[in-house]
Design a protein around this ligand. Structure first.
Ligand code: FES
Ligand code: FES
Length: 213
């Protein structure tokens, strides 16, 4: 669900006697913060605690803050990128409790107690993850903007195949799923690359799949 899409007007969501108070709470502040993670009119804030890349964090956030904005704007963890902010490009892909998600589509307050892993938690320049090294070896990027999300997705794709989770192109649902180029392409289709480095990414992911087979 896109943040904000389910928000109803006060007259739709509240009894009439509560409407004036609710409307007041949703007033636009006279001097709004340029920081989306701190875009906090009076009221409607929550405290949330989650673990990011092995570190515990507790934040007090506007309830509308997405996980992506909480990571980037509040925690200054800028590996997850904001491409579309609409769940269309995959640049914001992170892992939550071992499953990949689009961080721009998930509210931060939904993640109490969760374990979040961003590209910073996968590897560092001094200690690259094998998938990161494979992207370098195969020139799996150009500008690099989509790359953190691509690598988070790529690692998840191999784990999903090994866990027997079928995709749209899985022909046989009764047998072990083979890691084929079609399976990788289909499962990576939510990650867009405006530089068009797809063929090289596919080579990188295939190499890791074969190495870890
Ligand atoms: S920024 Fe989240 S999918 Fe594009
Ligand atoms: S490397 Fe530039 S958008 Fe993918």
């Amino acid at each position: 669900m896109r943040p904000g899409t389910a928000r109803q007007s006060p007259s739709q969501s509240q009894p009439k006697d509560l409407a004036p108070q609710t409307a007041a709470r949703h007033q636009t502040p006279s001097a709004p913060s340029p920081n989306p993670g701190e875009r906090t009119p009076s009221g409607d804030v929550s405290s949330v605690s989650f673990n990011v890349n092995g570190e515990e964090h507790t934040l007090t956030l506007d309830n509308r803050t997405t996980l992506l904005d909480a990571l980037r704007e509040n925690l200054k963890i800028t590996g997850p990128k904001k491409g579309c902010d609409h769940g269309q490009c995959g640049a914001c892909t992170v892992s939550v409790n071992g499953r990949r998600i689009n961080a721009c589509l998930s509210l931060a307050v939904m993640h109490e107690g969760d374990d979040v892993t961003t590209i910073e938690g996968i590897g560092t320049p001094d200690k690259l993850d094998p998938m990161q090294q494979a992207f370098i070896d195969h020139d799996g990027f150009q500008c690099g903007y989509c790359t953190p999300g691509q690598i988070c997705s790529a690692k998840a794709v191999l784990e999903e195949i090994r866990a027997g989770i079928p995709s749209h192109v899985t022909a046989d649902l009764t047998s072990r799923i083979e890691i084929t180029e079609d399976e990788i392409r289909e499962r990576m289709s939510g990650n867009i690359c405006r530089c068009g480095a797809y063929a090289n990414m596919l080579a990188a992911i295939t190499e890791i799949a074969e190495t870890e087979a």
